[in-house]
Design a protein. Structure first.
Ligand SMILES: Nc1ncnc2c1ncn2[C@@H]1O[C@H](COP(=O)(O)OP(=O)(O)O)[C@@H](O)[C@H]1O
Ligand SMILES: [Mg+2]
Length: 311
């Protein structure tokens, strides 16, 4: 561990975590990030309070978690040393509970909320916000440059604005990447992260459907610069940025910055609507599955789900 985290405290936390109401756990936790796939939280404990923890309860055994960790570290290394993107210092640890469950925790320093991309872009003045957005676009363009040059390894990235943090650099602001928990990269065309891990929280039948209908499409788009940018732009609707002026302006910035086929407002909006539909379907099916598991069968549903995604 790069960070000085007491593994026993984390184990105690995991063993007593109330996944339906984390704030009511004996070591209380507060969810600070409602992502689509996992939740990030702050743990109210003297030894853990300065960190952000991302909990991944998706592993069936130690070996699976170790494999994931290897892939995670390689991904971070490729982003930093290969692509040249600054990545928020990230560590991780495998927690094994007394009853034999394996949970992986990603650990990062707890960053100030107002420095997270989506908050930053909303609160900063227009010029700084656009400047930050432009820099994010340039970081994403590096991924394409890397992929063009690299034969064996291709890197995917989820460029959404909430995956970046604004940090101070040479009297200005620069973006660093924070959302590394889905390490997307391919070696000789083969996706290194097992698709099953991504879909672990979905009900079994839906899992099959998602895997065959959407997964390839959903994953492919993280390897295609134009789609990465459209995804980033579409997400700004979800972030409730002003769609009359600000979003069109940012679309223009992206078009100016990159050598890609021009992105239009209508295209971005249509993408947003379709994407919202897919994710809402995914979330509501997971909620139903959680209900069945936890309430009907009284067994354990291990995921912390967002109550409602604001759109
Ligand atoms: N180290 C951190 N410090 C502060 N907030 C964080 C940190 N990591 C994540 N978050 C918050 O949680 C949100 C989701 O985290 P992210 O890693 O993007 O996970 P997801 O896979 O759920 O999108 C971020 O947008 C941010 O608001
Ligand atoms: Mg994210």
């Amino acid at each position: 561990m790069k960070f000085n985290i007491n593994p026993l405290v984390l184990k105690e936390f995991e063993e007593n975590l109330n996944v339906l109401e984390p704030e009511k756990s004996s070591i209380p936790a507060r969810v600070i990030g409602l992502g689509e796939i996992s939740s990030v939280f702050v743990i109210d404990h003297i030894e853990l309070k300065d960190y952000a923890f991302k909990r991944l309860p998706i592993f069936s055994n130690q070996k699976e978690a170790e494999e994931y960790e290897k892939i995670l570290k390689e991904y971070i290394n490729i982003l930093e040393s290969g692509v040249g993107i600054k990545v928020v210092q990230t560590d991780g640890t495998i927690v094994k509970t007394s009853d034999g469950r394996i949970v992986y925790y990603l650990v990062q320093e707890l960053l100030p909320q107002e420095s997270i991309g989506n908050k930053f872009i909303k609160n900063a003045d227009r010029t700084s916000a656009i400047d930050f957005f432009k820099k994010v676009i340039r970081e994403l363009a590096k991924v394409e440059d890397f992929n063009k040059k690299s034969e064996k390894i291709k890197v995917g990235i989820d460029g959404q604005i909430s995956n970046w943090v604004a940090f101070r650099k040479d009297h200005g602001i620069a973006p660093a990447y924070l959302d590394v928990s889905t390490p997307l990269y391919r070696k000789d065309g083969k996706e290194m992260l097992k698709a099953d891990l991504i879909l672990k929280s979905a009900p079994p039948i839906l899992k099959q459907i998602l895997k065959f209908l959407f997964l390839k499409e959903v994953l492919d788009r993280y390897y295609d610069l134009r789609l990465i940018i459209i995804d980033l732009l579409a997400n700004l609707f979800k972030e409730k940025l002003d769609e009359n002026e600000f979003i069109p302006e940012l679309i223009q910035v992206a078009n100016k910055e990159l050598h890609i086929k021009k992105i239009t407002f209508d295209e971005v909006k249509a993408y947003y609507k379709k994407d919202a539909f897919i994710w809402e379907l995914f979330l509501s099916s997971r909620k139903f599955y959680r209900f069945v598991k936890a309430k009907v069968f009284r067994s354990r549903y291990d995921f912390i789900l967002p109550e409602k995604i604001e759109r």
